[in-house]
Write a protein that binds this ligand. Structure first.
Ligand code: PMP
Length: 414
């Protein structure tokens, strides 16, 4: 092979790195149309498998993100702020990422009005890891902790906690198929419990706390898994000792879990606690003890910026109420064609599960909706039926389109 045509010689003649005078802010390579179709890319009313536009994605998580965020990330991906590289390729200790994580934290603090005596941590391992981290950090092995179980996620948190403390299930909605939230005054809390745990929004069952119980022991704290309604409405953080949330529903991609913890609760982890689960380690190093999920945190920062631009969480809540309202109305006004089993006062603004009286039509509805550009409507495998997850980033137009489709579907199946 002639030297000039060998791959290495070609590299020398055409270095892959553009010289600095050639460097430009836009991608040098125009993305080509791939011959591999991707179901995740959105489509007009044609099959999602050949989508060319964004579709309405009703997935429970990972879930739809604001279009403006996706576009901004795309524009910044190739060359982040003139650095010549993408945010994914940078040191987590460099100045660019330092300002990303600091802005993410300060915007989140502003959105939720997080008091100064609370730490904000950006962690890994999903909310599932917090099921262990919470008891490991808040309890000694023999300490009690109370759990109100209103769905499958609360039940998982309870079961995991049993390994690390004396976990007590003080109420379970299982006999009513997780369609209710208990009255708080009837709860029998343990007087020596260290914390009272709730799942603020049960993603599978669509049951959401509209207000919050207080621990009866004045030294105990309320702990909430807010994975599926995080930043969907204003929350009084001071009512909680600790809030945790996987980001991949309302505020970002999977890979980052946010913990908001009152500072005086940090620093008492059980000796067996792995460093990665010890809140003190992460608080002391501003979430940079080890390599954090940089790209996921960056996307969260863009989402927080977007939520602020919308006017903050009170505005976001109004939009969420409107979206959920038209969907629940469509279900309730269908003369029993569609049924939502959840008690009206505790229906989730985020996850709307429903069934069809003629259950054999559910599969058809889900398939036809997908053909119309509305995907991921299948209920969780453990409960079946249909579920529309309508997080912050689901536009009103998506819910209106779904409602119009449901009415038309009903009319076609008398
Ligand atoms: N809690 C809730 C309320 C959830 O919806 C989920 C995930 N769907 C989890 C916990 C588990 O989260 P992860 O997969 O991030 O561990």
């Amino acid at each position: 092979m002639a030297a000039s045509s060998s791959p290495h010689a070609l590299l020398l003649q055409q270095p892959l790195r553009p010289s600095s005078s050639l460097r430009c802010k836009q991608p040098l390579v125009v993305p080509r149309r791939s011959t591999i179709s991707c179901a995740a890319v959105r489509s007009p009313p044609v099959s999602p498998s050949v989508a060319t536009e964004r579709i309405f994605n009703f997935a429970a998580g990972p879930a739809t993100l604001p279009e403006s965020v996706i576009l901004k990330a795309q524009a910044e991906l190739y060359n982040y702020h003139g650095s010549g590289m993408s945010i994914m390729e940078m040191s987590h200790r460099g100045k660019e990422f330092d300002s990303v994580i600091k802005k993410a934290e300060s915007d989140l603090r502003f959105l939720l009005a997080i008091p100064d005596d609370y730490a904000v941590l950006f962690l890994q391992g999903g909310a599932t890891t917090q099921f262990a981290a919470v008891p490991l950090n808040l309890c000694a092995p023999g300490d009690s902790a109370d759990f109100i179980v209103t769905g499958s996620w609360g039940d998982k948190a309870f079961k995991e906690a049993q390994k690390f403390c004396k976990a007590n299930m003080i109420w379970s909605g299982k006999p009513q198929k997780y369609t209710k939230i208990p009255a708080f005054d009837g709860l029998e809390q343990n007087p020596d419990s260290k914390f009272l745990h709730i799942c603020a929004n049960e993603t599978i069952h669509g049951v959401e706390f509209k207000n919050y119980p207080s621990p009866s022991n004045k030294d105990a704290v309320l702990v909430a898994d807010m994975s599926s309604n995080f930043c969907s409405k204003p929350v009084d953080v001071s009512k909680f000792g600790l809030i945790y949330a996987g980001a991949q529903k309302n505020v970002g991609p999977s890979g980052v879990t946010i913990v908001i913890a009152r500072k005086d609760l940090i620093g008492n982890a059980q000796p067996i606690t792995p460093v990665m689960l010890d809140y003190k380690i992460h608080a002391d190093s501003a979430s940079l003890y080890n390599t954090p999920p940089c790209f996921a945190i960056y996307i969260c920062a863009l989402v927080f910026e977007d939520l602020l631009a919308q006017g903050g969480l009170a505005e976001v809540e109004k939009k969420n109420q409107k979206k959920a309202g038209i969907l629940y109305d469509a279900i309730d006004e269908s003369n029993g064609f569609y049924v939502c089993p959840v008690e009206k006062s505790v229906r989730s603004l985020m996850n709307v599960p429903f069934t069809l009286k003629k259950s054999d039509l559910e599969k058809k509805l889900i398939e036809e909706a997908a053909k119309e550009g509305m995907v991921q409507l299948k209920g969780h495998r453990s409960v079946g039926g249909v579920r529309a997850s309508i997080y912050n980033a689901m536009p009103l137009a998506g819910v209106e389109k779904l409602v119009a489709f449901m009415k038309d579907f009903q009319a076609r199946h008398p």
